[in-house]
Ligand binder design. Structure first.
Ligand SMILES: Nc1nc2c(c(=O)[nH]1)N[C@H]1C(S)=C(S)[C@@H](COP(=O)(O)OP(=O)(O)OC[C@H]3O[C@@H](n4cnc5c(=O)[nH]c(N)nc54)[C@H](O)[C@@H]3O)O[C@H]1N2
Ligand SMILES: Nc1nc2c(c(=O)[nH]1)N[C@H]1C(S)=C(S)[C@@H](COP(=O)(O)OP(=O)(O)OC[C@H]3O[C@@H](n4cnc5c(=O)[nH]c(N)nc54)[C@H](O)[C@@H]3O)O[C@H]1N2
Ligand code: SF4
Ligand SMILES: [Mo]
Length: 737
């Protein structure tokens, strides 16, 4: 008999509703849930791969220990004891900060990892905590902290009601939206255009999203702050500023006006590559639109001026009165309100309380930038990292110059990974603790409902019970905390034990229940609770976003020109006056609908088809180098060189080339048998840990200077990557949606 389980897909930020049909303990199909009020049946091809992950023979189902280059099974008790002992011993010998911690992206897609998994990582108390945040959205969090008073008070584009969307550095048709939970984004953008609204995309590549826009402008990588400053310049110069009801909440409007005075459209046209008249036209349209929103995503963050770009985007929305306005950039009212809970506990975020040992990069909310991780491991001296714990991360493929990290990891005294796979990073661990994965555990999108374009809530119970030999992430976290606690002084032990006992009693489900009841929809009859949500398997719609200011702000004020951000303009100004000499090509990234960062290439249904790890290059740049589609090229930077097939395409700006990240599955010792058949090469072998946003420390993946040369036939024949060369010279249709 087939039974159907309704839940949320947890693979990306879109939170699509899925219907999982199960027969005899096997998944027979995964479909879009038509009755999910938010996603209404939309899913992407990755959802079906939840089955592949669940059934993957390469996925670990019990802890393993590495002895030399072979792996041996351990019981959970043995494994947890060994890990606790390893951590304890390392800290006893070298101190707390000698233990590094890295928290990867799937953490926020796992309720267990987000709760007790993170609690465990934080309990390590090391200054050497790192995460994917500093390879991603850190600039947005920093500007929220500085402008609104809380790092998680992130404005979300009200895409369903806007009449003008100006989009920078995002490709939601492929990524399915980020810091913008909006399942079925393509229909939402089509609806925007149908109601007479406009979509304008600014991107060095004519992406799938750009192709459906009313207008697309190429922009030189890393120059978004100049472009947005020129929009603000025009708005002030032409008297178009209209903050409306925000006026009384805003400090620093005059300062901002003075600061952007230097960035006229005529001045920034050459460096950005966008004509002055186009900049003026966009500024005027944006101001006249009634409800407009400027939205910037990973392309504006992971670049040299990410902090400035994130700040100026917020400023543009504020100066035109579009922050907190329907159709503008709005704040959510999530069913479990993490911002309120965190604020009540005195946590709003922090910046630059201390700096990294080797290069002096700034702390952010208890973390250091991942661009500093390798050097903190491989640079000897007092305070060197000698052990590492990873949770749901693959920094060897995801961090800038991950190759250096890959060379540093074998030098660690002790490494443990909480991860279901033996991959490019975890193969260096001494012990791997594999948690259950999506279909075996409860799910609730605690983090993503903070970023959702409607207020919604859904609780997903597990499809399959966890096997007796398996552990959830929350159990692993609590077990490790318990073991480390036992090694502490009796007094501290007592407090820790009480806390853990409470945690174990509640579990993540209990925490969510508590959060729901204490949240904005929790009180009264029919108020939200886990029980109520379990009775609504398709999820509940809690309505469109509503204005939340000034209430949601710290002290009710918005800082339009906070010194920490405004101070960084001097650096942008120097760049404007003294641009880097042209010559090298600028490397940017690229996502694919059937990839998910580095870790889903072991699903055959997702990797089949033409190779996707290709260099996209413009016809002019290809001609200059004698390259044609299908040729193999060597791409070299300060840090290294890789070899990949080339795709010549007019979709990319001249002077810019693009490679996807998350490939390079040919490393010895990984256990990813499908991925190893289509290894590709890792772009992060050639990205540069020294190219960062100097303000926030965020990795600069956009605009890495590289040279591209055609690989000679003999070298190409000998190359491993040759196995993934396309058989035809046609561009890959799989790169289209
Ligand atoms: N060049 C370049 N580099 C980039 C980017 C780019 O655009 N260009 N993007 C950056 C961005 S935005 C991000 S978020 C980072 C991502 O960087 P990471 O988070 O470091 O990398 P992922 O590829 O997401 O790796 C996920 C890891 O978690 C494991 N995993 C999967 N599911 C689970 C689970 O449920 N529990 C646990 N415990 N583990 C799980 C996988 O096996 C894998 O080891 O990469 C960044 N790196
Ligand atoms: N299918 C799929 N979905 C994903 C992921 C995935 O790997 N695959 N990863 C998930 C993760 S971790 C994240 S963070 C989100 C990211 O979600 P998005 O931000 O939408 O991701 P990208 O597709 O990388 O879009 C970034 C865009 O920025 C452009 N760009 C590069 N440099 C610059 C620049 O200097 N200026 C401007 N204006 N544009 C620039 C790139 O060409 C690209 O089109 O996607 C998530 N969703
Ligand atoms: S867009 Fe795809 S991967 Fe993302 S939640 Fe929806 S089905 Fe899952
Ligand atoms: Mo990300």
């Amino acid at each position: 008999m087939v039974t159907t389980h309704y839940r949320s897909c947890n693979l990306c930020e879109a939170t699509c509703g899925i219907a999982v049909d199960v027969e005899d303990d096997r998944v027979v199909s995964i479909r879009g849930d038509e009755d999910d009020p938010f996603s209404r049946g939309y899913i992407c091809p990755k959802a079906a791969a939840l089955k592949d992950v669940h059934e993957d023979p390469d996925r670990l189902r019990e802890p393993v220990e590495r002895r030399g280059s072979t792996w041996h099974s351990l019981s959970w008790n043995e494994a947890l004891d060994k890990v606790a002992e390893g951590i304890f011993d390392l800290r006893r010998r070298h101190g707390k900060d000698a233990l590094g911690a890295y928290i990867g992206n799937p953490t926020i897609h796992s309720l267990g990892a987000m709760t007790f998994g993170l609690a465990f990582m934080r309990s390590l108390g090391t200054r050497n905590e790192y995460s994917a945040t500093s390879a991603d959205q850190l600039p947005h969090m920093l500007s929220s902290l500085a402008m609104f008073g809380h790092q998680l008070l992130l404005p979300v584009p009200d895409v369903d009601r806007t009449s003008y969307m100006l989009m920078l550095g995002a490709n939601p048709l492929v990524s399915n939206g980020s810091l913008m939970t909006a399942p079925g984004i393509k229909s939402r953008l089509e609806a925007l255009r149908r109601r007479g609204g406009k979509l304008v995309v600014i991107d060095p590549r004519r992406t799938q999203t750009a192709a459906m826009a009313d207008r697309h402008h190429f922009i030189r990588p890393g120059t978004d702050a100049l472009f947005v400053a020129a929009l603000l310049h025009t708005i002030f110069a032409e008297g178009l500023a209209a903050p409306d009801r925000l006026e009384d909440m805003v400090d620093g409007a005059d300062t901002l006006r003075d600061l952007v005075a230097a960035y006229s459209p005529d001045r920034v046209a050459a460096p950005t590559g966008i004509a002055a008249d186009d900049i003026r036209a966009i500024a005027r349209e944006f101001s006249a639109a009634g409800a407009a929103v400027c939205y910037g995503r990973v392309g504006v963050c992971t670049q040299e001026f990410g902090g400035l770009a994130a700040w100026l985007i917020n400023a543009l929305n504020i100066v035109t009165g579009n922050l907190d306005r329907p159709g503008g950039a709005m704040f959510t009212k999530p069913a479990v309100d993490l911002v309120r809970t965190a604020s009540a506990a005195g946590f709003r975020g922090s910046f630059d309380r201390y700096r990294s040992r080797v290069r002096g990069l700034p702390e952010f909310s208890g973390e250091l930038p991942v661009a500093a991780l390798a050097e903190e491991i491989d640079t000897p001296g007092q305070g060197q990292i000698r052990g590492l714990v990873t949770l749901a991360g693959n920094p060897v493929l995801s961090a800038p110059n991950g190759a250096r990290l890959g060379r540093a990891l074998p030098g660690l005294d002790f490494m443990v990974s909480i991860d279901p796979y033996i991959n490019e990073t975890t193969r260096h661990a001494h012990v791997i603790l594999p948690p259950t994965t999506a279909l075996e555990r409860d799910h609730f999108d605690m983090a993503l409902y903070l970023l959702s374009v409607r207020n919604v809530a859904k609780y997903s119970p597990p499809v399959f019970p966890r096997g007796p030999g398996q552990r959830h992430e929350w159990e692993i976290g609590l077990e490790l905390m318990a073991r480390l606690e036992r090694k502490r002084s009796p007094v501290r032990r007592l407090g820790g034990r009480a806390l853990r006992a409470a945690g174990a009693r509640l579990g993540p489900r209990g925490l969510v229940d508590f959060g729901l009841k204490a949240g904005p929809y929790g009180i009264g009859r029919g108020g939200l609770s886990v029980k109520r949500l379990l009775a609504e398997p398709h999820g509940v719609d809690l309505g469109p976003l509503e204005p939340r200011l000034p209430g949601a702000l710290r002290a009710g004020r918005i800082a339009l020109a906070p010194p920490v951000l405004a101070g960084d303009l001097a650096r942008l100004r120097r760049r404007l006056d003294d641009p880097p000499s042209a010559g090298a090509l600028q490397l940017i990234g690229r996502r694919h609908l059937r990839s998910n960062n580095s870790w889903m290439h072991n699903s055959r249904r997702l990797v089949k088809g033409k190779p996707r790890c290709t260099l996209v290059i413009s016809p002019a740049d290809a001609d200059e180098r004698g390259l044609r589609s299908g040729d193999i090229a060597d791409i070299a930077s300060r840090t290294g060189a890789i070899r990949v097939p080339v795709e010549v395409s007019g979709e990319i700006m001249t002077g810019v080339v693009s490679l996807p990240h998350g490939w390079g599955h040919d490393r010895e010792g990984s256990r990813l048998s499908v991925a190893a058949e289509v290894p590709g090469a890792s772009v992060n072998d050639i990205t540069d840990e020294n190219l960062i946003d100097a303000l926030s420390g965020t990795a600069g993946f956009s605009g890495v200077p590289v040279t591209v040369t055609k690989t000679e036939a003999a070298a190409s024949a000998a190359s491993k990557s040759d196995t993934s060369a396309p058989t035809s010279a046609e561009p890959d249709p799989a790169n289209q949606v």
